[in-house]
Design a protein. Structure first.
Length: 553
């Protein structure tokens, strides 16, 4: 009987639900604890991510990014149960907006001064039910954020155009255009002092070419004619006298030469817009822009000019200019992000054959002085742009290498005259021949500067005033002709007569020294108009736009 009762009890399942329910409650309590604690971690993670995002946005582009991050954490951590978030990763670097790269590859960690910041924060989170289950009573969440800010700047490299000479300028513009250009010195002075608003220029060009709803870059990359380009410059000029000079020049052109302005001007990210709200301006010097447009339209590497006797102190002067192509087709002026674009002047060779007068009362035996001047490329690149928290420019820094080169008094070899990549070969020149008596030859050579880049800083006031800075090499020679003549060794070749030739050399030397200031005036005028300083580079910041911080992947 007892055995039967025990067997019946074994087979009786009437109490199983209670046992199962008790076990289920235990599992349910554990699951609830897990859900509650997991929710706490999730909410803390979201809050910490917002803090990391704010820290990254607030620190990028500041002078003290780590302090800015600490301030952000302090302001966001008002109530964290006594647990303060801490920085476990703080990495400045550079961010490239290149869709072909993976999001991780777009950020490159590096030294401070880049355009991006990566911040990683960590924070302990108290758990409510974990201690009941014999688990740690604190969890940890981490969050990483990256932010970038791109400050844009437009800068140009060229001449300050101080002391323009109307005769030289007219000769250069006539040679470049193939027309007989005749502008007054007042017009050139106005062009040298005026600015062209590049956005207004693009708007005027878009209107004259009947383009609609296209970006600034598309407008500049559309082929048009030189007269239309110059008229668009007149519309965008800040000076009425300069505008009148540009319109007058456009009317004097005899050919509608094709030109693509985009080869000179790169507006960078700004060029993607069809318009820019507000009174944003990106400006360039009027004469420098005109010169570059005419050079582009001319398309020839060799330009010859006969100056006649237009230079006081010279009997005549013939000038040949040989210019090289821009390095890597870089634009003359560029709107660029930090460290992204370098602007180059063109390499230039200047050949001058001048007559400086006679050593005989009869006017015979003119002294001919051949000069050769090789100017290498000056370069300028944007090193950094600093902006205040109020999004106003504080400073822009350029790295500038002045133009360098060599000058000779002598006769250049014709075999490599037009090859600017080949070292120049110059020999002694025949300066004067006195019939039946003797001839005088001379040779001289000087270097025009070094190769070291120099740092040039522009304050907010400099940027607002469009201040131009001149950067010179330490060993630049300011008076080229005077230096060459002072170093020239005269050689006399007698033609068979046994006479004392010292008066002849003295007369030639005196005539050369007398003509040296006039030759220097011609050289400085030519190189200034070409925008290539002798042993120097002239730079200015044409505009700065401070970027807005944004989060990136």
């Amino acid at each position: 009987m007892a055995r039967r009762n025990l067997s019946d009890l074994w087979r009786n399942a009437s109490g199983n639900v209670s046992f199962m329910l008790a076990g289920s409650f235990t599992s349910l309590i554990a699951m609830s604890a897990l859900v509650v604690d997991a929710s706490s971690l999730f909410i803390a993670k979201r809050g910490l991510q917002g803090m990391a995002d704010a820290a990254a946005l607030g620190s990028v582009g500041t002078n003290s990014p780590q302090n800015a991050t600490q301030q952000t954490i302090a302001s966001y951590s008002a109530d964290t149960g006594g647990y303060q978030a801490r920085i476990i990763g703080f990495t400045p670097g550079s961010y490239t907006q290149n869709a072909s790269l993976s999001p991780q590859a777009r950020f490159q960690a590096g030294a401070s001064g880049g355009n991006a910041m990566e911040v990683t924060l960590s924070q302990p989170v108290p758990l409510f039910f974990a201690p009941i289950l014999k688990l740690p009573n604190l969890g940890t969440v981490t969050a990483t954020a990256r932010a970038t800010k791109t400050n844009l700047a437009a800068f140009s490299l060229g001449s300050t155009l101080v002391g323009l000479q109307g005769g030289i300028a007219n000769a250069l513009l006539s040679a470049l255009t193939g027309s007989n250009i005749n502008l007054s010195l007042m017009s050139y002075d106005a062009l040298a002092g005026a600015n062209i608003d590049l956005l207004a220029f693009s708007d005027a060009l878009r209107s004259s070419t009947k383009l609609q709803a296209v970006s600034y870059t598309d407008t500049l990359n559309t082929q048009t004619t030189l007269p239309l380009v110059i008229k668009a410059m007149a519309s965008a000029s800040s000076d009425s006298t300069a505008a009148a000079a540009l319109n007058s020049l456009a009317s004097q052109l005899t050919a509608n030469t094709a030109i693509t302005p985009g080869k000179l001007i790169n507006l960078g990210p700004t060029g993607l817009n069809t318009h820019v709200p507000g009174n944003t301006q990106i400006t360039a010097n009027a004469f420098s822009m005109l010169r570059e447009a005419l050079t582009l339209a001319n398309g020839e590497q060799q330009i010859a000019m006969d100056m006649g006797a237009s230079i006081p102190g010279l009997a005549s002067a013939r000038v040949t200019l040989i210019t090289g192509a821009r390095m890597a087709n870089s634009p003359w002026i560029a709107v660029s992000a930090d460290n992204s674009v370098t602007v180059y002047t063109q390499q230039t060779r200047v050949l001058i054959n001048a007559s400086v007068g006679s050593i005989l009362p009869t006017g015979a035996a003119l002294i001919n002085v051949p000069f050769t001047l090789d100017l290498a490329q000056a370069t300028a690149s944007l090193s950094s742009v600093s902006c205040a928290m109020g999004q106003k420019p504080v400073e822009a820094v350029l790295a500038v290498t002045p133009a360098i080169g060599t000058a000779w008094l002598g006769t250049p070899a014709s075999s490599n005259l037009t090859s600017l990549s080949t070292p120049m070969s110059v020999s002694a020149a025949s300066l004067v021949t006195v019939p039946l008596i003797a001839s005088v030859t001379g040779y001289s050579q000087i270097k025009l500067g070094g190769t070291t880049a120099q740092t040039v800083s522009f304050s907010a006031t400099d940027i607002a005033n469009k201040a131009t800075r001149t950067v010179s090499t330490n060993d630049a020679v300011s008076s080229i002709a005077s230096s060459l003549i002072g170093n020239t060794q005269l050689q006399v070749n007698a033609l068979g007569l046994s006479l004392s030739l010292s008066p002849l050399t003295a007369a030639v030397g005196t005539a050369l020294k007398t003509a040296a200031p006039s030759l220097d005036s011609l050289l400085s005028g030519l190189t200034g108009l070409l925008g290539v300083g002798v042993g120097q580079a002239n730079v200015r910041i044409n505009g700065v736009r401070c970027g807005v911080p944004m989060l990136v992947g």
